[in-house]
Write a protein that binds this ligand. Sequence first.
Ligand SMILES: CC(C)(COP(=O)(O)OP(=O)(O)OC[C@H]1O[C@@H](n2cnc3c(N)ncnc32)[C@H](O)[C@@H]1OP(=O)(O)O)[C@@H](O)C(=O)NCCC(=O)NCCS
Length: 231
Amino acid sequence: MIEELLPSGVTSSEAFDDAAPAPLFPAEAALMEGRRERRRLQFATARACARRALAGLGVRPVALLPGPGGAPQWPSGVVGSITHCEGYRGAVAAPAGVVAALGIDAEPAGPLPPGVLGLITSPGERAHLAALAAADASVPWERVLFSAKEAAYKAWYPAAGIWLGFRDASLVLSPAGTFTAVLRPPVPSPVDPVYEGRWLAGRGLVLTAVARGVPALVPAARAVSFGSGRA
Ligand SMILES: CC(C)(COP(=O)(O)OP(=O)(O)OC[C@H]1O[C@@H](n2cnc3c(N)ncnc32)[C@H](O)[C@@H]1OP(=O)(O)O)[C@@H](O)C(=O)NCCC(=O)NCCS
């Protein structure tokens, strides 16, 4: 499913159960020591997905350990993202020279638990969700919005290193399967705060993905003459 949301150049792998967890590297196994069975299986299956996504780039298996803020530390030259929820594990990866930022998220389809919507949305976003639901009640719009915020955060955090609350992001969802997230970090950051993404609902799941390409490189001389010629 997740591959439907990704641009070319991004590799992916997903699993809908824990039938084939990855053998863990010692540092990964140490991280899971004493954790509940459910978390260990989720972690190991997501690592199996990540190793397959990396293999698609020609990168050998490595331990994928959390760095600052919990973001996985990908091998040098690679960007990627991991998600897991009940009934789904997935990972995506891409060369850092092609893709600057990646974020994916999976959620069970269906309404958010009572009381959550008010905590994670602005009044404007709630009006937007109501309009979307009035046009098509078959889509779990609240979940799509929640998931899209998490996908945007996972793309944002490794580059910016700044934690964001759910009210620090404004989302606009399109029934066509796209969304725009505008992030408002509490402190200034040079990282572009606008992320474009895609969403999908099916098989009882909501999946979202954000991918930002590396800006095209323009030769310096051409950039100078282009700039001065139009000034
Ligand atoms: C980090 C967070 C986004 C993870 O989302 P989740 O739905 O709880 O869990 P998921 O299974 O989808 O994702 C977990 C994976 O995300 C990755 N992850 C964790 N922290 C991350 C971070 N800071 N940046 C990028 N990826 C991160 C990890 O790979 C983790 O899996 P692992 O521990 O097995 O390696 C969420 O727990 C969180 O802290 N959210 C608050 C911040 C936020 O989302 N703000 C929204 C406004 S922009």
